[in-house]
Design a protein around this ligand. Sequence first.
Ligand SMILES: *Cc1c(COP(=O)(O)O)cnc(C)c1O
Length: 225
Amino acid sequence: MREPAEKFRQIRDSIPEEVDLVVASKGRSPEEVEEVIGAGAKFIGENYTSPEAVEKYQELGEIREKVSWELIGHLQKNDINKALPIFDRVQTVESVSKAKHIDKRVEKAGKEVVPVLIEVNSGNEENKYGIEPTEEALKKTIDGIGELSHLRLEGLMTMGPYEGNPEDARPYFEVTRKLFEVGEKYVKEKDRMEVLSMGMSNSYRVAIEEGANMVRIGTKIFGPR
Ligand SMILES: *Cc1c(COP(=O)(O)O)cnc(C)c1O
């Protein structure tokens, strides 16, 4: 087996079955993405920042239908129309206003409903996107999305610190998991609180210990960017 496929399998086999593994493939070639899909990847995470994701998606042809395309990078308002036909879920909704902008464009993209996660800025960092990590901010965002018939809330996503000791990320994952639990009581009928997406190459084990049921891994599968 080629390298990324083998690494994907090793990680897949080492984490609990109920934890979904998103392969973070920004900057990787269509061939590399095809390899991990061949190895059984079900979720591909892209950061929509350039036409790169669109080209990769198109080049993959029919194979792309085998996986769920997850938008894990920040979504600019101007990119919504281009992103919606590609992505099966948007993990980075950071405000009610962004949610409204997406909702307005769903039908035009030929879809009825787009699944979304609320991004939590768990470290309250100025240079990161996401809602404030408070119950109040979460409730407000859940209520806002609850009004939007073309969005289905499915859970929460957080980044936490990019690098450093994995243990340093634990408090951020813990805060997000607590919000995930408390959010349950605010969700509307059409929405749910099921997906908790957190943890990357250096921190996914800690994230799983703290309750993540979805992790997003790039470097550990493909090597350094
Ligand atoms: C790149 C990226 C990842 C994966 O990071 P690695 O350290 O390469 O595993 C996860 N989540 C998001 C939002 C990313 O942009």
